[in-house]
Design a protein around this ligand. Structure first.
Ligand code: PMP
Length: 360
């Protein structure tokens, strides 16, 4: 068996020990005589998996006691509607900060549910830099301010936490949750699809401050009502049980590695290897402002787009896959989430050098 270095933006590579353990436990979880996939979500076995996963997330992220952790479905695109449905009712309006494709998508979807304003946009830089906090025009009467902490397509990432005063900060952390320590208390709500750093697709994590519950618009489906889900401990409907189980294994793995600080250091090292090389060559280019560069998704362009297919083919032959950039921007993109080993990044840079020598 040979495993590839998978640079996919998501669903993405997972830690090999986690996959091995899941394989071992596939037919008989801990002597229960069944797979986790076959368990009732209300049985004692799954209830213990669910509780352990939630506790581990709280511990690793340092989630304060006045926050609820919800395991939901519908992904981050679902949350683009679910967030305003649940929160905008407090004042009827919300601020959105546009930093790339994903935050633009969130903004568009929210318009259906209230008065939605663009508080800041990175458009002038073609979204290669975050708009500086001094330029933000925040409305003190907004129910929340929405950001995307890491733009998976564009490759910009917040390395600072915006100050939104008393207005709750809401962040789509789909592509950088669990990649570094964050101060959860600075956020009103955090949401993320699981399929990058946490586990398989199908699970959406929502971390919400309790005082924000209870403002859902009447149109909100009950399964997507945070208060209903919080009161039912995410069991109002059947949760994505197997995805929660894998998430639990990933969290245990992360804890074993040393938690958020250790993971962040590893991610910084990996990103530095790639960016240092990109900065040292004229053959490849990354246009993102240095202070805003993502440590999770690194887009880059070859000097000549006509070489793209040859580059991808050579990478594939060397066991490196999913390097093609998003269809909307072209070029290449290396997604280097938590589970991408440093060897994968080194192998990529070595191949990039070799390709440059041949075609430069
Ligand atoms: N937001 C961000 C930052 C993402 O990276 C993605 C997925 N790539 C989404 C939203 C959409 O997630 P989903 O397809 O799970 O709804």
């Amino acid at each position: 068996m040979t495993r590839v270095f998978n640079f996919s933006p998501g669903p993405a590579t997972l830690p090999e020990p986690v996959l091995r353990q899941a394989a071992e436990e596939m037919l008989d979880w801990h002597g229960s005589g069944m797979s986790v996939m076959e368990m009732s979500h209300r049985g004692k076995e799954f209830m213990s998996i669910h509780a352990e996963t939630e506790d581990l997330l709280k511990e690793l992220m340092g989630i304060p006691a006045n926050y609820k952790v919800l395991f939901m479905q519908g992904g981050a695109i679902g949350e683009n509607a679910i967030v305003p449905m649940n929160l905008i009712g407090a004042t009827g309006k919300a601020d959105y900060v546009l930093t790339g494709d994903w935050s633009k998508k969130s903004y568009k979807e929210a318009k259906t549910y209230g008065q939605v304003n663009v508080a800041a946009t990175g458009e002038a830089s073609k979204f290669t830099a975050l708009p500086k906090q001094q330029e933000w025009k925040l409305d003190p009467g907004a129910a929340y301010v929405h950001i995307c902490s890491n733009e998976t397509i564009g490759g910009v990432q917040f390395h600072w936490t915006p100050d939104t005063g008393r207005v709750p900060l809401v962040a789509d952390m789909s592509s950088d949750i669990l990649s570094r320590p964050i101060d959860v208390a600075k956020y009103g709500l955090i949401y993320a699809g699981a399929q990058k750093n946490i586990g398989p697709s199908g699970l959406t994590i929502v971390i919400v401050r309790e005082d924000l519950l209870g403002h859902a618009l009447p149109v909100t489906p009950s399964a997507f009502n945070y208060k209903v889900q919080a009161e039912a401990d995410s069991m109002y409907n059947t949760p994505p049980t197997y995805a929660i189980y894998i998430a639990g294994l990933v969290l245990k793995h992360v804890k074993k590695l040393g938690g958020m600080k250790a993971v962040a250091q590893h991610n910084e090292e990996k990103a530095a290897i790639l960016y240092d090389f990109l900065d040292a060559t004229a053959f490849y280019r990354n246009p993102i402002a240095k202070e805003d560069r993502s440590r999770m998704n690194v887009p880059f362009w070859l000097k000549d787009d006509a070489l793209n297919d040859a580059f991808l083919k050579g990478a594939q032959e060397r066991g490196m896959i999913q390097l093609k950039g998003h269809r909307s921007v072209g070029g290449m993109r290396a997604s280097i989430y938590n589970a991408m080993p440093i060897e994968g990044v080194k192998a990529l840079v070595q191949y990039m050098k070799e390709f440059e020598r041949q075609h430069g």
